[in-house]
Write a protein that binds this ligand. Structure first.
Ligand SMILES: [Zn+2]
Length: 361
């Protein structure tokens, strides 16, 4: 039997990757929403999912533009990203017989639209008005479950299109855009953890996804001094890495390229001190700590975060020293994902030493 034939019989890998079909980012990009919907041959009715604040920022404008483009449009204001909200949106999708969904807002509005679209079998367009994390174009949605206080990451739709208007993004609170940058910077330790799991546990690894994820983190780190509040160009510099970070997860088919021990630390903090800081802010501080555990250049990460205006300490995250240490020593229990924290985690003394060395406490 020819050698090639033998190889063919042993090769069984197959994988599906889903990406947005079109991403439009930049000044006044919002105007392209109706054209994008027509280009995708979406006829409507359309359902716009927005929030009370984001409606005034962009939601109403998107609705009016769709109406002007002869679309039959309904809209709903949602508050928090919970399973009840998703059910409410799905009921409205059925009621108005929506063909497609447009999510206009920050992370929670996009997450609701993303999951409701997936579970209703409708395409969806993502119109972010802020970018506090890299989930804008990812296939995951973080939703609070009705029967627990925990946020669960659900499989959801990758948006068919993304419209990121920098003139709108730059008007969102700076803290949110800075947190989005920190979330992307934290890819550096996420990929190191992934490489470790690949070496030690033979976990499946994608060089393409890891390279892309590291590259966008480097773009943010190297441009940190150009990322400044009120400067629209800052939104331009950060939005592409934020979007591409999501794409790296689509390539990998897992959140691995953008979520490692620093994300487990962030999720541990969500349990210990819920709502004290933003996801990206926690991941940024987590990246400083985990980079120190990896024996890498944590000062470079700390400096980039500091330059952008992200927290770099427990105080900056509004948590006590004890809460921070607890998050570090319990982070390994968050999920079954092999990282620098190992299977049994790190000791309190080790955590304290690393946190002190990196000036986090
Ligand atoms: Zn994240």
């Amino acid at each position: 039997m020819p050698r090639g034939k033998v190889m063919e019989e042993f090769f069984t890998k197959a994988k599906a990757m889903e990406f947005p079909r079109r991403i439009i980012a930049g000044h006044a990009a919002l105007e392209s929403v109706p054209g994008m919907c027509r280009e995708f041959q979406l006829d409507g009715p359309a359902l716009v999912i927005t929030g009370p604040t984001t409606r005034t920022v962009a939601g109403q404008l998107v609705e009016d533009m769709l109406v002007d483009a002869a679309y039959d449009v309904d809209s709903i204001d949602v508050e928090e990203a919970s399973t009840e909200t998703v059910e409410m949106v799905k009921a409205l999708v059925r009621e108005v017989d929506a063909e497609f969904l447009v999510g206009v807002g920050g992370g929670s509005k996009i997450d609701v639209a993303k999951l409701a679209a997936f579970q209703s079998g409708c395409p969806f367009i993502s119109v972010p008005t802020s970018a506090a994390h890299d989930g804008i174009a990812s296939p995951r949605a973080s939703i609070r479950c009705a029967d627990s206080c925990d946020n669960i990451s659900f499989t959801a739709s990758v948006p068919m299109g993304v419209v990121a208007d920098t003139s709108i993004l730059i008007k969102s609170p700076w803290r949110q855009l800075a947190a989005g940058c920190a979330d992307v910077i934290s890819n550096i330790t996420a990929v190191m953890d992934w490489e470790l799991a690949h070496r030690l546990k033979h976990e499946e690894y994608s060089t393409s996804a890891a390279t892309l994820s590291k590259m966008v983190a480097t773009v943010i780190v190297e441009n940190a001094s150009h990322i400044k509040p009120t400067l629209e160009e800052s939104a331009w510099i950060m939005i592409k890495p934020v979007l591409v970070s999501g794409v790296s997860m689509s390539i990998a088919g897992t959140s691995r390229p953008a979520s490692g021990s620093e994300h487990m630390f962030s999720h541990a903090l969500d349990r210990i001190a819920p709502g004290n800081a933003l996801h990206g802010e926690q991941c940024g501080v987590g990246a400083i700590l985990m980079m120190a555990l990896h024996g890498g250049d944590w000062e470079r990460i700390r400096e980039a975060l500091r330059t952008i205006g992200c927290p770099t300490s427990a105080k900056g995250l509004n948590v006590t020293k004890d809460q921070l240490i607890e998050a570090m020593t319990t982070a390994h229990t968050i999920r079954d994902r092999y990282t620098i924290l190992g299977e049994s985690g790190i000791t309190e003394r080790a955590a304290e030493r690393i946190a002190t060395m990196t000036k986090v406490i």
